[in-house]
Design a binder for this molecule. Structure first.
Ligand code: HSE
Length: 425
């Protein structure tokens, strides 16, 4: 039986989960995989975490070199989080020829080119399934099951915190602030929720997934990003009669104009499979030229789902003769021949409060028309004396055209644009 010694760096939620999965399933992996996976070393500054897991003292390393250079260790699990220290630890492990498995999305999306170079130079593996969508095997699916396909679109709900907040706002009509506080109380949102609610977390994941799906480096700086902080209960309620749900979507498309990548709140038709993904669940919807549409759904975060993804990577590395690296030229910057679309197109929802007077509607539609924006549907109702609420959906149009129209409408004395939401197609 093949024996693989594992070092775990960091015993927080994910690292602690990896320890539990490895110890509780040790016999199962012996029987099913002919593999003896044993935790040989842990690095964790907090004694309470070590004691809570009942880890024997002889397995506790006192500095990183003791863990990664341990001759009984072949696989190093990085779960310390953050970027700089994690990068140094991972490089040290790779340079020692150890396979590294990490759940660190920011590290991978910013430094996978450097880490992979070190991995190749030292015949070490670098695996990161757990960095994107926790327990949902989306990276393995892109690399294995869908590798024969040319992928034209990848669209997902890849942040559980924001999905929990938006689902609560939708189902219970609560405000953004109230839903965020509940998410914090339940431990879904961090005390500082910026990374989740402002879309950084989803941007890092989309950078990794789009690079794999489109076979070219998609750095986070190329991704358009807008968070959910400006979403109101009224936005969500306005989508209801139009047949839309509001989600924070990560969208990657390969179009004739180039690669289009964006993370933003979007209305999506209720019949779309992603519209039914509620609570803190995640899903990724992929369109390939042979297969058509495929959707993966599950828990994108949490102790055991994420730990399970880490352990699956350890098993993959241990049961394959050669390590597998990115199926694209993994450099710091994208290929010169890759074009990114910055002025993307989609349909838009707009809500404005307008003066309820003769001729105002024609002035508004004239501004939109001059910006090249065509309207699919429009509804108006009285709001208060002399004011009306106007909602409309546009045909597919350019982002820049919408920004220009919003600026022009904002400069008038008869219209106040309150909300602009992109509509996913
Ligand atoms: N904070 C993330 C989420 C989980 O809410 O989905 C880790 O990526």
């Amino acid at each position: 039986m093949k024996k693989i010694g594992v070092a775990i760096l960091g015993l927080g939620v994910v690292g602690g989960g990896v320890y539990k999965v490895l110890t509780e399933h040790r016999e199962f992996y012996q029987k099913t995989q002919e593999l003896d996976l044993s935790v040989e070393s842990v690095l964790e500054p907090r004694r309470d975490r070590i004691e809570a897991l009942g880890i024997p003292e002889e397995k506790v390393a006192h500095h990183v070199a003791e863990a990664v250079l341990n001759p009984d260790v072949q696989a190093v699990v990085e779960c310390i989080g953050g970027v700089e220290l994690a990068r140094q630890y991972v490089l040290a492990a790779l340079k020692a020829g150890k396979t590294v498995v990490t759940s660190n999305k920011e590290l991978i999306c910013k430094y996978s080119h450097e880490l992979e170079r070190a991995a190749k130079a030292h015949n070490a593996g670098l695996y990161y399934e757990a960095s994107c969508v926790g327990g949902v095997p989306v990276i393995r699916t892109l690399l294995d099951g869908l590798q024969s396909n040319e992928i034209s679109c990848l669209m997902g709900i890849i942040n559980g915190t924001t999905n929990y907040i938006l689902t609560n706002m939708t189902e219970r009509g609560v405000s953004y602030e109230e839903a965020l506080e509940e998410a914090k109380a339940l431990g879904y949102a961090e005390a500082d929720p910026t990374a989740d609610v402002e879309g950084f977390d989803a941007t890092y994941k989309l950078s990794i997934l789009a690079s794999l799906a489109f076979h070219t480096k998609v750095p986070p700086v190329k991704i358009f990003r807008e968070g959910i902080g400006g979403i109101t209960a009224e936005d969500i309620a306005d989508g209801e009669p139009l047949g839309y749900r509001l989600k924070l979507l990560a969208i990657g498309k390969r179009t004739h104009a180039g690669i289009e990548v964006r993370v933003h709140p979007a209305f999506i038709r209720k019949e779309h499979p992603l519209a039914g993904v509620g609570g803190n669940f995640n899903a990724v919807f992929v369109t390939g030229d042979s297969v058509g549409d495929v959707m993966l759904y599950g828990k994108g975060a949490g102790e055991l789902p994420t730990a399970g993804a880490v352990v699956s990577d350890i098993i993959f590395a241990a049961t394959h003769g050669e390590h597998r690296y990115s199926p694209y030229k993994n450099t710091a910057a994208p290929d010169k021949e890759t074009t990114f679309v910055d002025d993307f197109t989609c349909a838009y929802f707009m809500r404005m409060t307008v003066n309820d007077e003769p001729g105002i509607l024609s002035k508004i539609t004239a501004i939109l028309g001059r910006c090249g924006i065509s309207i699919v549907e429009l509804a108006q109702r009285e709001k208060e004396k002399g004011k009306a609420k106007l909602t409309l959906i546009t045909h597919e149009t350019h982002e820049r055209a919408v920004k220009s129209a919003v600026a022009k409408l904002g400069a008038t004395d008869y219209a106040v644009v309150e909300s602009v939401i992109r509509v996913a197609q």
